[in-house]
Design a protein around this ligand. Structure first.
Ligand code: 5CA
Ligand code: ZN
Length: 432
């Protein structure tokens, strides 16, 4: 799938350190192993309806920062992201609004692309929609069946059977164990399974937690002929196949919002381990969920702050980034409408501070070192922002260096044309 134009990141003097990151799977801050100076990152992409809201943006911004940190440390990055362009919620929305599901998905993917570009996000090298990998996913389900890890659950409303993943058997014959990714007890897993796309009450399953691998074709639903019959993929297997296909196993980091820890990332890892014999990722990183009007911002509740609306109303993309980055990516926080004004005020203060004459300016290389240190400490943007508040209030001896550092490490533009030629005006239209 086509992506968007990459921001042109300036090269900074010296070198940063690879970031220490919080790994949900073991609860530790650690440096995930990086082979051959190349970090590989898979981030779960959108289900294309009601995109792009501020919660999505916060999640993708965290992984954008992670890549900026790696690159500043001299590490190449390879980034993959999926698009869940076939799934129940998308089909339900399409049916409710009388729009063809494919048109809905295409429109929303275009909007997401444009929002990501305008927010200055590093694009993925591998941007893959589920509908582009149906055969590969079906073949993976077929292999799981050969391994004895997929079983049939009869359906009332379809000719074929649905296929489910056998969690208990996987624990017996593979290296994966339930809870390898999600640090939750079984009661919480049961609750989250029901809330997040699972079907613990479905009759005929061997374990209520067993996730769907393949849904047999139903009347009126899109379906594809495949090696496991006519139907469409379940949710977790799509990411196992797309991630491993793009990056191999084991890649450096699997990421997403905190709502994906269970069941999605747990079972993505389970399927991938069963298919390849190796774990999917070295570390699992999750972004705290953002609320609005007292509740988690979600498409199902409809309490959304859309990036495209903020931009249409004149918001500076750098201010949107600052509003999000004033919180640590792992914290859960609520967005208030006035946060955008606060971020604009900070941006103006920084831009004015950069060009103001100072009697006692700070050494810009020291400021850069502090920014790098905070970024390497689990992407500590609140500390980076506080560092810049203080530095730009007092003045710096090399404004060009600070502008480049703020653009390279935080994606925030401080001056119309920086030393490396990045202009405030959108320099690169979307790729045709
Ligand atoms: N397509 C699946 C992943 S395979 C999906 O979760 N799509 S989504 O459109 O619902 O979400 C896209 C990304 O944004 C996911 O990583 C999700 O965890 C994250 N996300 C969704 N809501 C929020 C929120 N309120 N705060 C932070 N991140 C969020
Ligand atoms: Zn996913």
């Amino acid at each position: 799938m086509r992506t968007w134009t990459a921001p042109d990141l300036p090269k900074l003097p010296g070198i940063g350190r690879p970031p220490r990151l919080f790994n949900t799977a073991n609860g530790r801050l650690e440096h995930p192993p990086i082979a051959n100076e190349q970090a590989t990152l898979y981030v779960c992409g959108i289900t294309p309806y009601d995109a792009t809201h501020l919660g999505h943006a916060a999640t993708y911004l965290a992984f954008d920062l992670m890549q900026r940190a790696w690159r500043d440390a001299g590490i190449e990055t390879v980034y993959a992201q999926n698009i869940t362009d076939i799934d129940d919620p998308l089909l339900e929305r399409a049916a409710a609004t009388g729009v063809d599901w494919k048109h809905l998905a295409d429109d929303q993917i275009s909007l997401f692309r444009s929002d990501m570009h305008r927010l200055g996000m590093i694009p993925p090298e591998h941007y893959v929609a589920v509908t582009e990998r149906i055969d590969e996913i079906a073949d993976a389900v077929s292999k799981l069946r050969e391994l004895g890890l997929a079983y049939e659950v009869p359906t009332d409303d379809a000719e074929g059977s649905d296929l489910y993943f056998d969690v208990r058997k996987a624990e017996k014959i593979t290296e994966w164990r339930l809870g390898d990714v999600a640090p939750y007890d079984r009661a919480l897993m049961m609750q989250l399974s029901a809330e997040r796309g699972g079907d613990p009450r479905r009759e005929g399953k061997r374990d209520p937690l067993d996730p769907l691998l393949w849904r047999a074709a139903r009347e009126g639903e899109p379906s594809w002929p495949s090696s496991v019959g006519e139907g469409r993929p379940g949710w977790h297997i799509e990411c196992s196949v797309i991630a491993a296909g793009a990056l191999g196993n084991a890649f450096t980091v699997q990421g997403g919002g905190g709502d994906l820890v269970f069941p999605h990332h747990e079972f993505t890892a389970a399927h991938a381990t069963a298919l390849s014999g190796t774990p999917l990722a070295h570390a699992y990183c999750h972004v705290g969920l953002i609320s609005y009007q007292g509740h988690k911002m979600s498409k199902s509740r409809g309490n959304l702050v859309l990036i495209s609306r903020l931009l249409e109303a004149g918001a500076d993309p750098s201010a949107i980034r600052l509003g999000i980055m004033s919180h640590h990516y792992r914290s859960e926080w609520e967005w208030f409408d006035e946060d955008l004004q606060t971020a604009h005020r900070r941006l103006s203060a920084w831009r004015e501070g950069l060009v103001r004459e100072s009697a006692d300016p700070l050494d810009s290389h020291d400021v850069l070192a502090q920014l790098r240190q905070a970024l390497a400490n689990d992407l500590d943007t609140p500390v980076m922002l506080a560092t810049l508040d203080a530095a730009l209030d007092r003045g710096v001896d090399n404004p060009g260096l600070i502008a480049d550092a703020v653009y390279a490490l935080l994606g925030v533009r401080l001056q119309p044309v920086s030393v490396s030629g990045n202009s405030v005006e959108d320099p690169c239209p979307l790729e045709a």
